[in-house]
Design a binder for this molecule. Structure first.
Ligand code: F0G
Length: 462
């Protein structure tokens, strides 16, 4: 039995703090939960709490150092995560990070989506442009590096697909083995195929994501495997750098709103942690409002905020075609709650049809994303209608996964059978003008020219 085993001390400048009872620790148990109250830990930098410690991190000097590193070819500088290493727990002397040059993702202007949503200026930070095509890579580079430093031969995660793809890749790069637990039948083929390609031992369990988590929590007690789900605080440290990189791209001028999809709620927690830390360190003058959007069928956080005033989260059976966020019992909900409260953001939920429509609208700006990412635009439209986001506000959507992650969703949408036989069939009829099914023609010039003429009359997104 491995249950007594603990991980080694967190690196000197960083400690762990329980988000429930505030207990401080220098090493975590294998499940990364507080032994006193069962809540999650976060990485905490004691030196930043003192004026002298904060002064040592001069905002101007940090910004200059990070910019300068963009001209370097060293792996830890070309990584868009480790480039910001002053804000990260450091690896021990002599250890190098496992990196695939993650981060460095584009910030796109989204003029078509802005018009549709009713705002003057809209941008999307596309975290799907990471090495394994989702935002998970930014956290995996840090957590996998700590796993290797700990001497683990095996890493493991439960996943809706993207975490497993990312973990498998970083494990392979770091010469570790990986164990993946995924819900059978409810992850996209693109993600599953990535885990296979990177050599993960891939188990499809006859349950959902939440069931996979439960099994994995038992496995880590029995076998020497390092847990790489987002309960692992080192993952969130890496993921938080996306917000730092975003602010650098905005010349440190914060937007008014940041809109993030919510599943297990690690990402919103991580981005929010970065915003609060950047504000504390004087890197930014004010906080954007961070809002979390969930699918209606997988909305435990929205309900926790609206129906239970954030006091409790009642797990649910989740159902959505945006399989990445098909999660009923999100691990990091308390961290995410703190973020939306501290930044004065909000929560919103969107329907299956709204998600499908928003995904096409993002595609029509030439960007594209997977369904879970599209909840951001669908949510923004609602927040504008409610007056929570104003027309003049500057808004950034966080797109979390690449359009090629879930091609089946896209093909079904365009063929018109995404919602066939479901309760959404009638409502989805309104989306017909967004569908561009492939046309099967004879190899005949006239047929192609006729088709072209027919389409010349129709406007894009008419
Ligand atoms: N978007 C995508 C594309 C995701 O893969 C996920 C989560 C989320 C959004 C939600 O992020 O969980 O931090 O709130 N995917 C996890 C996985 C759960 O296993 O790949 P979150």
């Amino acid at each position: 039995m491995m249950s007594d085993r603990a991980l080694s001390k967190t690196p000197a400048a960083a400690r762990l703090r329980c988000v429930g009872c505030g207990a401080l620790a220098d090493q975590a148990a294998l499940d990364f939960r507080c032994p006193q109250c069962g809540n999650l830990f976060e990485v905490f930098f004691p030196a930043w709490q003192t004026p002298a410690g904060r002064r040592a991190l001069s905002p101007a000097a940090l910004k200059a150092t990070w910019l300068e590193r963009r001209t370097s070819q060293r792996p830890e500088d070309t990584s868009g995560v480790w480039r910001f290493r002053e804000l990260l727990p450091l690896l021990a002397e002599g250890q190098s990070p496992i990196t695939l040059r993650e981060g460095n993702t584009p910030l796109y202007e989204m003029p078509g989506c802005a018009r549709i949503a009713g705002v003057d200026f809209l941008q999307a930070k596309h975290q799907g442009m990471n090495p394994t095509s989702s935002f998970k890579d930014t956290g995996m580079t840090t957590a996998a590096s700590f796993a290797r430093q700990e001497g683990f031969r095996w890493v493991a995660c439960a996943s809706t697909g993207n975490t497993s793809a990312s973990m498998a890749a970083y494990a392979a790069r770091g010469r570790m083995r990986s164990l993946v637990l995924i819900p059978e039948g409810k992850i996209s083929w693109g993600k599953l195929s990535q885990a296979l390609d990177y050599g993960a031992v891939t188990c499809q369990l006859r349950t959902d994501f939440d069931g996979c988590v439960q099994v994995l929590n038992q496995v880590v007690r029995r076998m020497p495997v390092y847990l790489l789900n987002s309960v692992n605080p080192y993952r969130l440290e890496g993921q938080k750098t996306a917000a730092v990189e975003l602010l650098e791209q905005l010349y440190w001028e914060p937007p008014d709103h940041l809109i993030v999809p919510g599943g297990n709620l690690g990402n919103s927690s991580a981005l929010g942690k970065a915003l609060l830390e950047m504000k504390d360190l004087g890197l930014i003058a004010h906080l954007p409002k961070l809002s979390v959007i969930q699918a209606e069928g997988a909305n435990p956080f929205v309900r926790a905020v609206r129906e239970h005033a954030g006091k409790t989260l009642i797990p649910m059976q989740a159902e959505t075609r945006a399989t990445a966020i098909r999660i009923g019992n999100p691990a990091s909900w308390k961290k995410a709650l703190r973020v939306i409260q501290a930044t004065e953001g909000t929560v919103e939920q969107v329907s299956e049809v709204e998600i499908a429509q928003a995904k096409e609208e993002i595609g029509a700006d030439g960007v594209g994303c997977e369904p879970a990412s599209a909840v951001t635009l669908a949510g923004l439209k609602k927040l504008v209608k409610q007056g929570f986001v104003l027309r003049k506000d500057k808004v950034v959507l966080i797109l979390t996964g690449h359009v090629l992650k879930d091609p089946e969703f896209t093909l079904q949408f365009h063929r018109g059978d995404l919602f066939t036989g479901t309760q959404y069939e009638r409502e989805s009829a309104a989306l017909r003008n967004l569908q561009h099914a492939p046309l099967i023609l004879n190899p005949d010039v006239d047929a192609v020219v006729e088709t072209l003429k027919r389409f010349e009359q129709t406007d894009l997104l008419a």
